[in-house]
Design a protein around this ligand. Structure first.
Ligand SMILES: [Zn+2]
Length: 413
């Protein structure tokens, strides 16, 4: 007698099950092992994975009204993007020419362009309009196979506008199309119409308290011309006290020592890390802080100083990938592209890059228990790609390889 279930995805070339990872990230040599089941299949009931195995095993055991024939293509967990800034007004394509002519991110910022123009546009854009553009972007991410998405504020940079952006993120969460994780990044840059001390005072004494029900994580951009080590300690300590989980943007251009500080405070992830000392990597290893690398930013900014992923993997750090989707330094919806860039520029193997975009990325947003692998009981977030091998993802770079996307057991593409 076959058991009845809602959905079977069968007849894959390979099923990237990652069951060896379970709820935990993969590190070191274990990143090479994607727990592949040849000609694998997965059975889904309601919104959860109930079993994986070979196609013949699953077909013998289960009958389902809904059967997706993968037609000998690769089946894997939905991709996880643990770092985006997708709520903003305006766009900044005009800066591309400045960059082509050699202006750096910090030069564009210093000239009053860059992020300040996005802050202005975000403040001026209505909540309804931000929800509309946010939905469009979430939909694009889903269409590229990303089913779990972290979203930060950081373009309001004043109380009302930051709160507006948090409400937008929470609306996107309630839409229930993708798993959304909400992050308050009030300390992105110092708003140019505020005194720095006043603004930090607002974050520490009001903003964090007021927004604790709207955001799960608190993040900060620690860098020259933004927030220094003391500011970081001040803001993240208060956030921790209030029950926020912690993230940090650190070491993108300059190592201010904030990566180690964030790890000591128990940050879930430290992101960018083009500049980071061995000592701080050891602190991260001890605290289980994930290193979220975003090679799309270097690519888009034409900055050849990519993060040293190999050093981190050899050191046993938890390495994850993200797009950093944002208007100024990486407007790409594609984690597939990040996998390719990780191979070509971070010298990660295809297996390492895939582990970094699934189970490790889920860990980096504290969703290791529900996403990032095809273990029984996890959310049925599954994608079918138009390729046969894991290595085909970076190999056929620059195109969207998605054939089907199943989110919480429902086929949405
Ligand atoms: Zn960012």
């Amino acid at each position: 007698m076959k058991s009845k279930t809602d959905l079977i995805i069968t007849n894959s070339s390979k099923l990237v099950a990652l069951k060896n990872a379970g709820n935990s990230p993969l590190t070191g040599k274990n990143m090479q092992n994607l727990g592949i089941i040849e000609n694998g299949a997965v059975a889904v009931n309601n919104d959860k994975i109930i079993e994986t195995g070979t196609s013949s095993d699953i077909e013998q055991k289960y009958s389902a009204e809904n059967i997706i024939d993968a037609e000998k293509n690769l089946v894997m967990p939905g991709l996880v993007d643990p770092h985006t800034h997708l709520v903003f007004g305006g766009s900044r394509e005009h800066e591309l020419v400045l960059k082509i002519k050699g202006a750096s991110y910090l030069e564009i910022l210093a000239s009053g362009g860059g992020i300040n123009s996005t802050v202005e546009a975000t403040r001026e854009t209505s909540e309804e309009k931000l929800i509309r553009s946010g939905r469009k972007r979430v939909n694009q991410l889903l269409a590229h196979g990303t089913t779990t998405i972290e979203i930060k504020t950081g373009y309001g940079l004043e109380p009302e506008a930051e709160e507006k952006c948090l409400r937008v993120i929470n609306q996107l969460k309630e839409d229930n199309k993708a798993n959304i994780i909400s992050t308050f990044l009030g300390a992105h840059i110092v708003p140019k119409d505020w005194d720095k001390e006043d603004y930090i005072h607002w974050i520490v004494n009001e903003g964090l308290e007021n927004f604790s029900g709207l955001a799960e994580f608190c993040d900060i951009f620690t860098e020259k011309n933004a927030y220094n080590l003391d500011d970081t300690k001040n803001i993240l300590s208060k956030a921790k006290e209030l029950g926020y989980k912690l993230k940090i943007h650190s070491g993108q251009f300059t190592d201010l020592g904030a990566t180690g500080l964030a790890a000591e405070l128990g940050a879930v992830s430290a992101d960018h890390l083009e500049q980071v000392s061995d000592e701080q990597l050891d602190t991260m290893k001890k605290s289980g802080t994930a290193a979220v690398l975003m090679p799309g930013v270097n690519f888009f900014l034409m900055d050849p100083l990519y993060a040293d992923a190999e050093r981190m993997i050899n050191n046993g750090n938890i390495v994850a990938l993200a797009t950093d989707f944002n208007p100024g330094s990486c407007p790409s919806y594609s984690m597939q592209m990040m996998i390719a860039l990780a191979c070509y520029h971070l010298k990660m193997t295809p297996e390492e890059a895939i582990a970094a975009s699934t189970i490790n990325a889920a860990y980096a947003v504290d969703r290791g228990g529900i996403a990032g692998s095809l273990n029984n009981g996890k959310s049925a977030d599954i994608i079918v790609l138009n390729v046969e091998e894991p290595a085909h993802i970076p190999y056929y770079f620059g195109t969207n390889l998605v054939k089907h996307v199943i989110k919480s057991g429902k086929q949405i593409f």
